[in-house]
Design a protein around this ligand. Sequence first.
Ligand code: ADP
Ligand code: MG
Ligand code: MG
Length: 202
Amino acid sequence: MDIELARAWVRGIAEAVERDRERLGELDAAIGDGDHGENMHRGFAAAVEAVDKLTAETVGQVLTKTGTTLVSRVGGASGPLYGSAFRAAGKALAAESAEPEDVGAALSAALEEVRRLGGAQAGDKTMVDAFAPAVEAFESTDTAASGEGAADAAEEGLRATEPMQARKGRASYLGERSIGHLDPGAASTALIFRALAEAEQG
Ligand code: ADP
Ligand code: MG
Ligand code: MG
């Protein structure tokens, strides 16, 4: 990954989130407060603006700027979680370009930060259920196209959230009534990894 690929990834996320804004909102309306599409759109539109203005010398600076923008612009649970994740990934990539294994380690650091901050375990019906399998898949394919397998794994992780009962975040207030719906944060995580795969393909 180089600086331009990192920028293209952030732009790709913003485009995907804009396209799927309504769907993310509907998923969140079913088991939360309905603002996930708006939260993600606001955050990533601001992140694109910020990284386009940035004169970056490392891949990490692009990701860190994305993270700080998400933290400051998104009020919901997802803002601090994704924001801290991007900051952790940025911190791990202090070079002009990064090999797939370095990107894998950075994604793993990002996931650890989400787990540490949010306290969610696998099966709690959160973004972690898409994020964790995606990182595992990314790290097991040591090529320039690791994003493809990670995106597939994130999408599979998203589908697996449907029968789960939420144990973290707003959806947990619903108890058993959260069963039978996809988790909105897992859905946005799947978009983030698909955007990575597409950015890698150029
Ligand atoms: P809010 O719930 O504050 O309105 P969003 O709607 O933007 O925030 O984001 C909701 C998503 O955030 C959930 O679908 C879930 O994936 C994720 N989430 C919420 N709490 C946690 C947590 N403690 N750990 C991991 N992910 C979480
Ligand atoms: Mg919400
Ligand atoms: Mg909210």
